[in-house]
Write a protein that binds this ligand. Structure first.
Ligand SMILES: NC(=O)C1=CN([C@@H]2O[C@H](COP(=O)(O)OP(=O)(O)OC[C@H]3O[C@@H](n4cnc5c(N)ncnc54)[C@H](O)[C@@H]3O)[C@@H](O)[C@H]2O)C=CC1
Ligand SMILES: CC(=O)C(C)=O
Length: 258
């Protein structure tokens, strides 16, 4: 048995994933950073290992089911246990109605929806092998709770991820496995900068204007830092959330109330 609990974070090399890796490491987890961007993941692992943490980097494309299985196996073998998966990797192209192509549909659905499903299945298999429960945490979005203009394809995957979360939560509860999701709002990451840029280009405006169009509905009056979301994920990964499953934690500064 490892002396630290073990978490794997997909898309962990930048943005919300990086903040989550840093937060879970500070919480005492050994962390596997699984990302398409191996160089970024390795640099982050090196930084954590040099500062008292325990981390490994794994090159992973979450749309490849066998690769997700192998990443979970590698994390468990090298870090000595497996307790939490954060299915965080995702793609968010701007797709006004009329612009989605079959190729784009396949790519985004394979990464966001299938990638999450492969993560849920791989973690479940590993928890069963190890003979203990665990925590599965999936990235949805405020755009998985309400439809967002210009994000039809992305929204379809983020709504689907809430469905995956609820089904898995009901099925896996008897095995001591909880399954929850987090729904960030507008977070200052490379993904969000790209969306704001695209919206600005379409309107003939600058990036600052593009980002400001997203901030007007936030009750708390500021955009989200990646660390705000990581704090919510830390709660879902830790013991204080043991009696919560099938839930979507909206970490969005109050973008919608229902
Ligand atoms: N930034 C935001 O405002 C919001 C983000 N989210 C969700 O949070 C999650 C993280 O978002 P950000 O940090 O903003 O994204 P980001 O684009 O800044 O970072 C994503 C990371 O995932 C990796 N990645 C991309 N495709 C991958 C694949 N096929 N396999 C493995 N790794 C892959 C990238 O290399 C990158 O390191 C995503 O699921 C996103 O949909 C949800 C709501 C708002
Ligand atoms: C990227 C995203 O999830 C938004 C804009 O809600």
């Amino acid at each position: 048995m490892a002396d630290k609990k073990v978490a794997l974070v997909t898309g962990g090399a930048q943005g919300i994933g990086e903040a989550t890796v840093r937060r879970l490491s500070a919480d005492g987890f050994a962390v596997a950073i699984a990302d398409l961007n191996l160089e970024g993941a390795q640099a982050l692992a090196d930084d954590l290992n040099a500062n008292g943490g325990t981390a490994i980097a794994i090159k992973l494309d979450v749309s490849d089911q066998a690769a997700v299985d192998a990443a979970v196996d590698e994390a468990a073998e090298k870090l000595g246990d497996f307790n939490v998966i954060v299915n965080n990797a995702g793609l968010a192209p701007t797709t006004p109605v009329g612009t989605v192509t079959p190729e784009q549909f396949d790519l985004v659905t394979r990464v966001n929806t299938a990638g999450t499903m492969w993560g849920v299945q791989a973690a479940t298999r590993k928890f069963r092998e190890l003979g203990h429960g665990g925590k599965i945490i999936n990235a949805t979005s405020q755009a998985g709770v309400v439809g967002n203009p210009n994000l039809m394809l992305y929204c379809s995957t983020k709504f689907a991820i809430r469905g995956i979360t609820q089904v898995a939560a009901r099925e896996l509860a008897p095995e001591g496995i909880t399954v929850n999701a987090y729904a960030p709002g507008i977070v200052k990451t490379p993904m969000m900068m790209d969306i704001a840029h695209q919206v600005a280009v379409n309107a003939g405006k600058d990036d600052e204007w593009g980002m400001s169009t997203f901030s007007k509905d936030i009750a708390l009056g500021r955009l989200s830092e990646p660390e705000d979301v990581a704090a919510g994920i830390s709660f879902l990964a830790g013991p204080d959330s043991d009696y919560i499953t099938g839930h979507t934690l909206e970490v969005d500064g109050g973008m919608q109330f229902h």
